[in-house]
Write a protein that binds this ligand. Structure first.
Ligand code: B12
Ligand code: SF4
Ligand code: SF4
Length: 292
């Protein structure tokens, strides 16, 4: 147990923090050693955000499966916002409690904002498609404390919920006992995620962020042209979309409700014990601005 500098009676240890977080409605919580995180590329160590960090508390809230399998992605999007709210609110409250007890603490939001890169920081070359990166990679933090593994769909799979959860983290100076990493072998290698991916971002070679970003953010199956002869085809695609979509009205909804255009790699994945009894047998296509 850590002695809080405030001298108050709050118990600050891993078990007490986990209980407090579970009581607020969070489904999974584990703790990683801040100095021993598995790093993604580009690396985003917790100690770059807080040099004195000792622990990273990783939290997950399951999505409503009804929303995942709903006929229109907008229903999921709204539900996703609520999972983010629950996570962010919990992170904020636990963070304030830890700071009251004398431990510098940084809640990292389940949602945006993210860092935006127009150029490759290593070479200075302009990316064909702007890239975004989180301040901390939650999937890697979650793997670091044995919450799950990254599947072929490039998402964190947990034994309980498969890919159907939203993640969030709290970086803190409080030294909490870390949870061990684990081997799971949850991914069945069934390739359902690859078959379901409308943009071609998921292939046997792995995950390609650019086509995913373009489809997820706008529902477009083509990347912006890299050569001048690619323009006519690209313009044809945009005109096709404009016939049925109102991009101006849509952008209003996107800003208010954080609309995404795709969760197919998540929907298609059969992993997750808790869903066994309620998972629908048939997966109907989900309507989004992208499926024209
Ligand atoms: C930015 C981001 C995106 C971007 C980029 C994705 C990416 N992989 O980088 C876009 C918008 C495309 C995206 C898409 C999706 N996302 Co997203 N996303 C994030 C976010 C905010 C940060 C991801 C990140 O930084 N990852 C770390 C890097 C380093 O990831 P990586 O996959 O190993 O590597 C890629 C990048 O580094 C990029 N890359 C390669 N070289 C370079 C160079 C530079 C300079 C840069 C900047 C990037 C870059 O390509 C790599 C893959 O080849 C996280 C939340 C968080 N803070 O972790 C959510 C998160 C990963 N997303 C999530 C989800 C659910 C999705 C989507 C299903 C969309 C949706 N509707 O919600 C898809 C799934 C795509 C997929 N199959 O991976 C969930 C995943 C939950 C889970 N169970 O795993 C997270 C954790 C959000 C959350 N709070 O729960 N996402
Ligand atoms: S979010 Fe959609 S486009 Fe991106 S990898 Fe998943 S299925 Fe493919
Ligand atoms: S859909 Fe199949 S291959 Fe893809 S992540 Fe899930 S289990 Fe693995």
């Amino acid at each position: 147990m850590l002695k809080a500098e405030s001298g108050q009676t709050e118990t600050i240890n891993a078990a007490a923090i986990k209980e407090m977080i579970h009581d607020r409605g969070i489904d999974l919580v584990r703790i990683a050693d801040a100095k021993n995180l598995i790093l993604a590329y580009p690396p985003r160590p917790a100690t770059a955000l807080m040099p004195t960090a000792k622990s990273v508390i990783v939290m997950a809230v399951a999505h409503s499966l009804g929303a995942v399998y709903s006929p229109d992605i907008m229903l999921w999007t709204r539900s996703k916002m609520q999972t983010s709210r629950l996570l962010d609110e919990t992170a904020e409250k636990v963070g304030r409690m830890l700071e009251r007890e004398g431990f510098l603490t940084l809640p990292v939001s389940a949602d945006k904002p993210v860092e935006i890169f127009k150029h490759d920081p290593e070479t200075g070359k302009k990316f064909r498609q702007t890239r975004t990166v989180g301040f901390l990679s939650f999937k890697h933090a979650a793997m670091s404390c044995g919450m799950g593994e990254i599947g072929k769909n490039n998402l964190l799979l947990t034994p309980e919920f498969g890919p159907h959860q939203r993640l969030c983290a709290i970086i803190t100076e409080a030294e909490l006992e870390p949870d061990a990493r684990q081997e799971f072998n949850l991914c069945k290698g069934c390739n359902k995620c690859m078959e379901a991916c409308p943009s071609g971002a998921l292939t046997p070679d792995g995950y390609d962020v650019d086509p995913c970003f373009v489809y997820w953010s706008m529902g477009f199956k083509q990347l912006p042209p890299a050569r001048f002869w690619e323009w006519p085809g690209y313009i044809r695609m945009i005109r096709q979309h404009m016939k049925q979509r109102d991009l101006l009205v849509e952008s209003g909804q996107i800003y208010i409700t954080d609309v995404d255009f795709c969760i197919e790699c998540m929907r298609a994945c059969p992993v997750g014990n808790r869903w066994k009894n309620i998972r629908p047998k048939k997966l109907n296509p989900q309507k989004s601005g992208g499926n024209l």
